[in-house]
Design a protein around this ligand. Structure first.
Ligand code: ZN
Length: 171
């Protein structure tokens, strides 16, 4: 079991578009296992490779948090999205931040498993939300990017500038 260190916002790994996986090797399967271990160690329900500094299109999701029921998707493509839902989301790369985000309520995601076999997932409920959240990570997007501009502004004011203090220049 390997729990990998997490990249936290504003880490640059979170902001680049992840590369497609071409080789379905033991290294890829080890990365998928490590992502799973890291997700459980932090009590997350999803984790994408860029969050551990790996620029690859791989993520793991498991809204149930029951070991063995995780879904690992490689090279995902988001297909048909239907309906709307707003739910409060968090992210292991943005600790202690929770914001309400609008998403599709039903999605179809296709991709591959860790052996390169095609998979299609039709999801609703929390799994649909997690799949969209993790898919965004592979595009270099975070859930805060999906907030309306005024809430993004408020978010930056509250969270990102909180450690900035203005000091008078020394005479
Ligand atoms: Zn996240």
């Amino acid at each position: 079991m390997s729990v990998l260190p997490l990249c936290l916002e504003p880490h640059p790994a979170l902001r680049s578009k992840a590369r497609r996986v071409d080789l379905f090797t033991n290294d890829l399967r080890r990365l998928a296992r490590d992502l799973t271990d890291t997700m459980y160690a932090h009590r997350g329900i999803g984790l994408a490779a860029p969050q551990v500094g790996q620029n690859l299109q791989v993520f793991v999701a498991n809204p149930s948090q029951q070991r063995g029921r995780e879904v690992v998707v490689v090279n995902p493509v988001l297909g048909e999205c239907r309906g709307h839902v707003a739910i409060t989301e968090g992210c292991l790369s943005l600790p202690d931040i929770w914001e309400r985000v609008r998403r599709a309520s039903d999605v179809r995601l296709s991709g591959q498993d860790v052996f390169g076999k095609s998979v299609v997932i039709d999801a609703e409920g929390l799994l649909a939300i997690v799949l969209q959240h993790e898919f965004d990570h592979l595009q270099g997007q975070l859930f805060i990017d999906r907030l309306p501009w005024f809430r993004r502004f408020d978010f930056h004011a509250r969270h990102l500038f909180r450690n900035v203090s203005i000091r008078r220049a020394k005479p």
